[in-house]
Design a protein around this ligand. Structure first.
Ligand code: 26Q
Length: 824
């Protein structure tokens, strides 16, 4: 059978064409004599998918036959981005498909553009999950991703009259050639009902009644780069349960019973678009449990294929929780082991804590999940019961070890409050996991020293750091082929650096060599041209090429301080207005790009978008300075257009208040693509500075300690120290220079003036301006600028997600690569 399967796919041009045309006719039902670019995209994708399915099945077969240890990455979000190019690159067939398609009249680059952007994630956390899948496949780790197949991904952002307007992202409208529906892989998931317990302690019992929905699997193959290994991303879709309400049906309430069936489908309808504040919506909790319940059943089923000894479970299965969103999976595993498998409590608990790892992504208190006990009780009665039980055991242990420390008990308890009781999911996740990790060195330090200090003292060995990374396949090789080629040509005429990013360090030796620098400059100009073209096409704005491209793209949030950037732009504009001709000649022209989505319910963030657009409107239409500043609100920032803007940036901004951005990952992408960072000592910026040298970045602003001190001061104190230039920028806004803005944004600025400045805009403004001026001075010295950019690329090797995954494997999952033999 092995040889049979593999003889089917030839790698020559004729075979590729035949497979594409077969799909045009047999899969799409069209004629090969007449099909459009979109159909060519579909058929090409199906053709590539055939190869991936084969690799996926072979990989899975091999791992099953070896009873291999597996890693399961559980995440409510996978922000994959487009699949076609990435898949072709990873199976090393991009050139072959390109030629095969050219030959039948299609341009591969244009076909890439036909693909919708699968956007089942909000931002950093979802994209990290996607980078990790790529690295795990590339590193030959037998791993799977588990998540939800949302019908609607993150909304599409439109701008009307300067305001954000959300459009639904029904990404499946024209089908999805990358997924394989698996009606044969389906599990029931129960909500509500009652639990009847017998026995003492945690007891055992039966959970009955309530509503049962089905989880259906949809698989997407995840090929590794330069390996036959292909992993599986399994996303669950909800469907009506089999327990059709016959009573209602027979009572003549046909419509009601149909409506109930629809309720089941709502569970996986839509991705929640918040990325930094938690909301206690019942449907969100249902999503979480729904996918965790199906996932645990699937994992156990796979385990049972080859095993009967439950004590082997943690040795063969590692489950990583991408934040607390899937934390209920730990309680679900405990429930199944107790109530279904009938294991003794101590053994079940050992298995749970040997299996789970928890990754924290935020220190913002408003982002921590705290589900109401009442809601949990009514939806998941047994889970609530088990949480009370494990909490009691845990607190007794803490009491023994820290006698008389009532404050600690209060803080580490999984339950918060008296009347309005809530479950602190982070506390549940910490206690249920063998390791808890932060996502950058500074972030992990903050977890240990403040957010989870009391836990750290209880479990000092549990906490560790796993600095984030990004996949160099998508974020360099695919999005910046010119730079990739230059790197390959320069180091050894090979692209083995793509799986070993540290090798790129070699190019540092060429940072002063004119021939190399000229080629680097050309690569950057080409990328800027592409961005210029994209902006012209999508936003109808013409931008000059010979300006510094200054980019701030990320979700809109107060802590990320887009407001500080736009206030600086106002300051710069006012400065230029006051200059004579001579002085203006010295100004570095800039095109300022600010982009990102605001959570639909986040009023202040939406106000910032309106302000940015108003400022853009005024400045872009001011003929007197038109060439010196151009402000572009970069619409609908998403993975596919990130792949255009990141390679084109000269300067990239990562300016969060110190201690607020857990890591940041676009900072790494920009560095790999030769943009210089203007940034604070926050998140992974700290480690980027360590790697590439502080002198190769424009670092500014208060550090974590200074932020703490500033926040501890009085409003009066802060009011007295308001930066004068900031005040002038406020005045210009109040006076209506940027149009009539609504009272909300004015109120926001008033509060900063009055000394209420939680995100430290006033504290950091002076040093921000100073850093911006340093960036200008450096830019005027192009040789120096390019040298800094090249060193940045050269020393960005640490920030490959391959390195991150290797650390997870060695320190948390205790798993080694399993290279599967390539049958070809
Ligand atoms: C929670 C409850 C209900 C609804 C939504 C949510 C929710 C969803 C997404 C809460 C948070 C998120 C996303 C968080 C996130 O993206 N965090 C980022 O993670 C990156 C990867 O580690 C870091 O680099 C960023 O610093 C961090 O902000």
């Amino acid at each position: 059978l092995w040889s049979l399967m593999n003889s089917y796919q030839g790698r020559d041009s004729r075979s590729i064409q035949r497979s594409i045309v077969n799909h045009v006719e047999y899969t799409l039902g069209l004629t090969r004599f007449n099909f459009k670019d979109f159909n060519a995209y579909q058929a090409t994708s199906y053709s590539v998918r055939d190869r991936l399915i084969e690799q996926l099945n072979d990989s899975n077969e091999y791992f099953n036959s070896q009873n291999s240890k597996r890693v399961y990455y559980l995440s409510l979000e996978f922000l994959l981005g487009r699949m076609l190019q990435n898949s072709l690159v990873n199976i090393d067939m991009e050139k072959k498909y390109k030629d095969a398609l050219t030959d039948i009249g299609f341009k591969l680059e244009e076909i890439y553009e036909e693909e919708v952007d699968p956007a089942l994630g909000n931002g950093g956390l979802g994209r990290l999950a996607a980078c990790f899948l790529d690295s795990m496949a590339t590193l030959d780790i037998p791993a799977m991703g588990y998540g939800i197949r949302y019908d609607y991904g993150i909304f599409k952002q439109q701008i009307q009259d300067g305001y954000q307007v959300e459009q639904p992202d029904y990404w499946l409208a024209k089908g999805n050639p990358w997924e394989i529906e698996r009606p044969d892989v389906a599990y029931p998931v129960r909500f509500g009902g009652t639990f009847t317990k017998s026995g003492s302690g945690c007891g055992v019992g039966r959970w009955e009644g309530g509503e049962v929905v089905m989880a259906i699997a949809y698989d997407t193959p995840v090929p590794g780069f330069n390996t036959y290994n292909t992993n599986r991303l399994r996303l669950w879709r909800s469907r009506p349960g089999n327990e059709f309400d016959l009573q209602k049906f027979n009572d003549g309430q046909y419509d009601k019973s149909i409506m109930e069936r629809q309720r089941a489908e709502y569970i996986t309808s839509v991705l929640y678009p918040n990325d930094s504040t938690w909301e206690g919506k019942q449907l969100r909790l249902k999503q979480q449990y729904f996918f965790c319940c199906a996932t645990i059943q699937d994992i156990i089923k796979r385990f049972k294929l080859n095993n009967t000894n439950w004590n082997d479970f943690p040795k063969l299965n590692q489950i990583q929780l991408n934040d607390t969103h899937p934390a209920i999976a730990a309680i679900e595993l405990l429930r199944v082991l107790l109530d279904v498998e009938r294991l003794p409590y101590d053994q079940a608990w050992m298995i749970v804590t040997g299996t789970f790892g928890y990754t924290n992504h935020t220190v913002l208190p408003e982002a921590l999940e705290k589900w109401s006990v009442n809601m949990l009780q009514s939806l998941l009665p047994r889970h609530m019961d088990l949480i009370f039980f494990i909490n009691q055991i845990f607190l007794e242990e803490v009491k023994r070890r820290f006698p008389g420390d009532g404050r600690r008990l209060e803080v580490v308890s999984m339950i918060e409050g008296w009347e309005d009781k809530r479950v602190r999911m982070a506390n549940v996740a910490i206690v249920c996991s063998h390791h808890v990790n932060g996502v950058a060195a500074l972030h992990t330090q903050i977890l240990k020293a403040s957010v989870f200090k009391d836990f750290y003292e209880i479990f000092p060995d549990k906490f560790l750091n796993m600095t984030n990374g990004v996949t160099p396949r998508r974020w360099l090789y695919c999005c910046n082929p010119g730079l990739a080629q230059l790197i390959s040509d320069t180091i050894n005429n090979d692209d083995d650096w793509v799986t070993d990013m540290r090798m790129v360090e070699e190019i540092a030796a060429y940072a002063d060599e004119q021939g190399f620098v000229d080629k680097f400059k050309q690569v950057k100009v080409d990328c800027k041209k592409q961005l210029q073209h994209y902006i012209e096409k999508t936003q109808g704005i013409h931008i000059r090429l010979d300006a510094m491209y200054d980019v701030l793209v990320k979700r809109i949030h107060e802590y990320k301080r887009q407001l500080m950037d736009i206030l600086y732009i106002i300051h710069r504009y006012l400065q230029i207005l006051g200059m004579n001709e001579e002085q203006r000649r010295n100004v570095v022209p800039r095109v300022v790009f600010i982009g990102g989505k605001a959570a639909p319910g986040y009023k202040d963030a939406k106000g910032f978008i309106k302000l940015i657009n108003s400022v853009a409107d005024r400045i872009n239409n001011d003929k007197s300075i038109n060439d010196l500043i151009k402000v572009v609100f970069f619409k609908n920032y998403c993975v596919s257009n990130a792949q255009i803007i990141i390679p084109a940036a000269d300067l990239s901004q990562h300016i969060s208040t110190a201690g607020t951005e857990a890591s940041g990952t676009s900072n790494m992408k920009f560095t790999m693509n030769g943009a210089l960072i203007i940034g604070t000592m926050d998140g992974a910026n700290v480690e980027i500075a360590q790697e590439i040298g502080k002198e190769n970045m424009f670092v500014f602003g208060a550090d974590v300690h200074e932020v703490d001190r500033y926040r501890a001061q009085t409003d009066e104190y802060r009011k007295g120290r308001l930066d004068g230039r900031l005040r002038n920028a406020f005045r210009a806004i109040y006076e209506g220079k940027f149009g009539a803005l609504n009272d909300d944004i004015k109120g926001y600025l008033n509060r900063i003036e009055a000394g209420s400045d939680h995100y430290c805009l006033s504290l950091d403004f002076a040093s921000y301006v100073e850093a911006q001026e340093r960036a200008d001075r450096t830019y005027r010295d192009q040789a120096l600028w390019n040298k800094m950019a090249i060193i940045g690329i050269a020393k960005s090797g640490k920030f490959s997600s391959d390195r991150t995954i290797q650390e997870y494997c060695a320190q948390i999952w205790k798993i080694t690569p399993k290279r599967i033999p390539n049958p070809a």
